[in-house]
Write a protein that binds this ligand. Structure first.
Ligand code: BDP
Length: 714
C-alpha cells in the first residue's frame, strides 16, 4: 500500500512538473472545469469537419485534436461530412456551395490572412464555422476560437471578423551559428544548427504553433551581426529544413545578410554595391536561395553600424546597399529590411545620427525595401522618446523594431511587461501630417499610404524549457504578436488574455497579475532610469547600474556621455543651446519637450541639463525627486512580491517558486540600482540623500568595483 501511495505521489508530482513547466506557454488547453461551460462547449462542438488536405489543414486538425481533447476531456471525431453541431474549418472555396453563398460576401473586406468566426444554421444544423480566403486565415481563426475557449468565453453565438492590420509581423533572432544568442537570456539558440537539416527538433513545431497562434508570420533566424556562412549551401539546406516546419503555420523565414558576403564566401575582392560582379553575385545567391527555399522572405541587414560592413565603406549610401539586395530578391518577391540603427563615435550626439543619415535617402529605396527603425533614437532603453526618423521618411515603408529580449530591461530575470512601452510608442503623436499622426498610423501604412507594413521584435526565445527563462517573458512575445495584428489592442486586454491562457481564469489571479504586469514597466523605469535618464547601465553586459562609467572604447558607449551630471545639474541638453536633436521632431511634438519647465518629467533628462534644484511638478527639487523615484521603484518591486504572494494558493508550485525567486533577484537588483545611482549622483551633486530615504548599504566604491565578466548575452 505504502509503495502504491509513493508511486502515486511521484506520479502526481511528476505530472504537475510536466504540466506547468511553462513549455506550453499560452497554449495549455487545460480541461474546462465549470460543468455548465463544459457542457455548452461539448454541445456546440460535437464533431469537426475539415475538408482540406493541405499541410496547414493538417496543422489545424492536429491543433484541434489536441486542444479539444484536452479542454473537453473527450475525443472529438473528424467526419467526412458536415454533422449537426459541427465545427467547420475550411477556406471559403472548400465549403459546400450553399455555405459559400451564405458566407462568401462576409469575407469581401477580409484580408487574405483574416478570418471569419460564425455560428450559423445550415440545412437545419447548428454549425460553428471558421472560414477565410486562405488556409492560413483558417488557421488564425482556429487559434482565435481556441483562445476564446481557453478564456472560457461563450462560443454559441459567434460573429467575428478579424484581419491583421500589419503585413509583416516578425521576430528577429539574434542567434549566432554557434547557438550563442546575443543579448539572449533564455539559454542557447533553439536552432540546433549542428544537427540540422536531418534532425528536426519537435520544438520547431511548437515554436511555429505559438507564433501562429498570435499571428507572427515571419522570423529572421540569425543575428544581425551576421556571419556570411549562413548564406552558403550547406547552411541554406538547414534553413530550408526549418522553413519546411514553419511553412504550414504561415511563417516565412528570413536571414540576416552580411554585406561583405561576396568577399567572404564569394571570393570577390569587393562588396561595392555598384560593382557588376557584386551585383551578379547577389543575383546568383538569390537564385540559389529560392531554388532551395521557394518562399524565402528576404534579408535583414545591419550595415555600417557597430563595426558591421556596409556600402559606406565604398563611398556608397544605405540606399545603394539596400537596392542592390532588393534587386536581387525582387524577381522572387523577396524584401529587404535595412536597419537604421547607425551611429559613429565622432557624432556630437548619437541621438541624431540615424535621422541625419537616412532622411536624405527618403524616396531613394526600391519598392521592396523597408527601413527598420528601433522605437527610440538610442537603443531600447526603459523609456525613450520616439525615434524622430519615424516621422521623417514619408516615402519609405518603415518597419518598427521593438526588443522583447530585455537587454537594458533587467534581462531574463526582471518581471517587466513591455506592452505599455510598445503602446506608448505606437500612440505617440508625431505630428508628421498635423495632429493625429501617431506612430501606429505611420507603421500601419495609413498615414503615408504604404501597403508594405510591419512590426518586428528582437526575440527573447531560447532553449530554456519555458522558452523565455522568466515565465513572464512569454507575455512580451505574446504582446508583440497581438499588437502587430491589431495595434489598437490595449495593454490591459492583452495582459488579461495572456493571463487567462497562462495562469487560468480565477478572477483574483487575473486581477492581481494584471495589476502587477501593468505597473511593472513604470516600476522598472523608476528603479533604473527615472526622469529621462538613459544608458547608464554597465558597459557591455548592460545589466546593472554604472552611471560613473567613462572608460569604454567609444564615448557613446559610456553612461557619463548620456547623463552629463556635474555639480550644477544633470541631463543631456538636446535643445537649441545643446545638440539641438529636438529640431528633428515635428513642431507639435518638439514643443512638448522644448521647455524644461513644461517638459513631461518622464522625458526631462533626455532633453535638458537642469539644476539639481530644478523645481519639479511634484513640488520637489530635481534631486529630491530623483531620490523619490528610485525609492518608489524599489517599493514597486516590494509590492509585486506581496501581490504574487497573495495568489500563492492559486498558482502551481513550480511557477510560483520560480517567479518568487526571480522577484527576489529583482528586488535585490532594484535596491542595487537605487543605492549605486543615488550614491554616485549624490557624490556629484554634493547633496545628501534626504530623509526619510534609506542610506545605501555600501560606499560608492563598493558599487564601482563590481564586475560581471560572464553576464549572459554579452
Ligand atoms: C544593441 C546591442 C547589440 C546589438 C545592437 C543592434 O547591445 O548587441 O548588436 O543593439 O541592434 O542594443 O544591432
Amino acid at each position: 500500500m505504502k509503495k502504491v501511495l509513493l508511486i502515486l505521489f511521484i506520479f502526481l508530482c511528476g505530472y504537475q512538473v510536466q504540466a506547468e513547466d511553462g513549455y506550453n506557454a499560452w497554449l495549455r488547453y487545460t480541461p474546462i472545469s465549470q460543468p455548465a461551460l463544459l457542457s455548452a462547449y461539448r454541445t456546440q462542438i460535437a464533431s469537426c469537419y475539415i475538408p482540406g488536405h493541405s499541410p496547414t489543414d493538417t496543422a489545424i486538425r492536429n491543433e484541434l485534436q489536441q486542444a479539444l481533447h484536452s479542454m473537453l476531456q473527450q475525443s472529438v471525431s473528424f467526419t467526412a461530412a458536415i454533422q449537426p453541431r459541427a465545427l467547420v474549418c475550411a477556406r471559403i472555396n472548400l465549403l459546400p456551395a450553399a455555405l459559400q453563398q451564405q458566407l462568401g460576401n462576409l469575407l469581401t473586406n477580409t484580408d487574405s490572412s483574416g478570418y471569419l468566426l460564425k455560428t450559423i444554421s445550415y440545412a437545419g444544423k447548428n454549425l460553428t464555422v471558421i472560414t477565410a480566403k486562405t488556409d492560413i486565415g483558417v488557421l488564425y481563426g482556429t487559434f482565435a476560437l481556441l483562445r476564446k475557449m481557453q478564456e472560457q468565453q461563450p462560443i454559441s453565438n459567434l460573429d467575428e471578423h478579424s484581419s491583421p492590420k500589419l503585413k509583416l509581423r516578425l521576430l528577429n533572432h539574434w542567434d549566432n551559428l554557434t547557438r550563442y544568442v546575443e543579448r539572449g537570456y533564455a539559454g542557447i539558440s533553439i536552432w540546433n544548427w549542428h544537427t540540422l537539416p536531418t534532425y528536426i527538433d519537435p520544438r520547431y513545431t511548437d515554436y511555429a504553433r505559438l507564433n501562429a497562434s498570435i499571428g507572427i508570420n515571419g522570423t529572421v533566424l540569425n543575428n544581425v551581426n551576421a556571419s556570411a556562412t549562413i548564406l552558403t549551401r550547406p547552411w541554406l539546406l538547414k534553413v530550408a529544413a526549418i522553413a519546411k516546419v514553419l511553412r504550414p503555420y504561415g511563417i516565412r523565414v528570413y536571414l540576416s545578410a552580411r554585406f561583405s558576403a561576396p568577399i567572404e564566401i564569394g571570393n570577390l575582392h569587393t562588396a561595392d554595391p555598384l560593382n557588376d560582379s557584386v551585383r551578379t553575385w547577389w543575383q546568383e545567391k538569390a537564385k540559389e536561395i529560392y531554388s532551395i527555399i521557394p518562399d524565402f522572405g528576404g534579408f535583414l541587414v545591419k550595415a555600417n553600424s557597430e563595426g558591421q560592413p556596409g556600402p559606406q565603406s565604398y563611398g556608397r549610401s544605405h540606399a545603394d546597399g539596400a537596392n542592390l539586395l532588393a534587386d536581387a530578391l525582387a524577381p522572387y518577391g523577396g524584401i529587404v529590411m535595412w536597419r537604421a540603427f547607425v551611429y559613429n563615435p565622432e557624432a556630437t550626439d548619437r541621438f541624431k545620427q540615424a535621422y541625419e543619415e537616412f532622411t536624405p535617402l527618403d524616396g531613394k529605396f526600391h519598392s521592396n525595401v523597408l527601413v527598420q527603425v528601433k522605437n527610440g533614437p538610442i537603443d531600447f532603453q526603459p523609456r525613450e522618446p520616439i525615434s524622430p526618423l519615424l516621422a521623417a521618411m514619408p516615402k519609405t515603408p518603415l518597419l518598427l523594431e521593438f526588443q522583447l529580449t530585455q537587454e537594458y530591461l533587467g534581462q531574463g530575470t526582471h518581471l517587466v511587461y513591455e506592452a505599455p512601452l510598445f503602446k506608448e510608442v505606437l500612440e505617440t503623436d508625431t505630428y508628421a501630417n498635423g495632429k493625429n499622426s501617431t506612430v501606429a498610423s505611420i507603421v500601419d501604412g495609413d498615414l503615408n499610404q504604404h501597403t508594405l507594413t510591419g512590426i518586428t521584435g528582437v526575440a527573447n526565445i531560447g532553449n530554456e524549457r519555458n522558452w523565455t527563462n522568466h515565465p513572464f517573458g512569454q507575455a512580451n512575445w505574446y504582446a508583440l504578436g497581438r499588437l502587430a495584428w491589431n495595434p489598437q489592442l490595449s495593454s490591459d486586454t492583452i495582459a488579461k488574455e495572456w493571463i487567462r491562457q497562462t495562469f487560468g481564469c480565477n478572477p483574483k489571479v487575473i486581477n492581481t497579475i494584471d495589476t502587477m504586469m501593468l505597473a511593472s514597466r513604470e516600476t522598472m523605469v523608476q528603479y533604473m532610469t527615472p526622469l529621462g535618464l538613459h544608458h547608464i547601465m554597465g558597459n557591455g553586459h548592460h545589466y546593472g547600474p554604472a552611471p560613473w562609467s567613462n572608460h569604454a572604447p567609444r564615448p557613446d558607449w559610456d553612461p557619463v556621455y548620456y547623463h552629463k551630471a556635474d555639480n550644477f545639474g544633470i541631463g543631456f541638453d538636446r535643445t537649441a543651446t545643446g545638440s539641438n536633436a529636438l529640431a528633428q521632431y515635428q513642431p507639435g511634438l518638439r514643443q512638448q519637450y522644448a521647455d524644461s519647465s513644461s517638459c513631461d518629467p518622464r522625458f526631462l533628462l533626455w532633453f535638458h541639463h537642469v539644476s539639481w534644484q530644478h523645481k519639479m511638478p511634484s513640488g520637489r527639487t530635481l534631486w529630491n525627486e530623483l531620490c523619490y523615484q528610485y525609492n518608489a521603484g524599489v517599493n514597486g518591486v516590494t509590492q509585486m512580491q506581496q501581490q504574487w504572494k497573495n495568489i500563492a494558493p492559486f498558482i502551481d508550485p513550480e511557477r510560483y517558486q520560480q517567479v518568487t525567486m526571480l522577484l527576489g533577484i529583482q528586488h535585490q537588483d532594484a535596491i542595487w540600482w537605487r543605492d549605486a545611482c543615488l550614491s554616485y549622483f549624490s557624490s556629484i551633486a554634493k547633496l545628501p540623500i534626504p530623509a526619510p530615504y534609506p542610506m545605501p548599504a555600501h560606499p560608492l566604491e563598493y558599487y564601482q568595483q563590481l564586475r560581471f565578466p560572464y553576464a549572459p548575452g554579452n
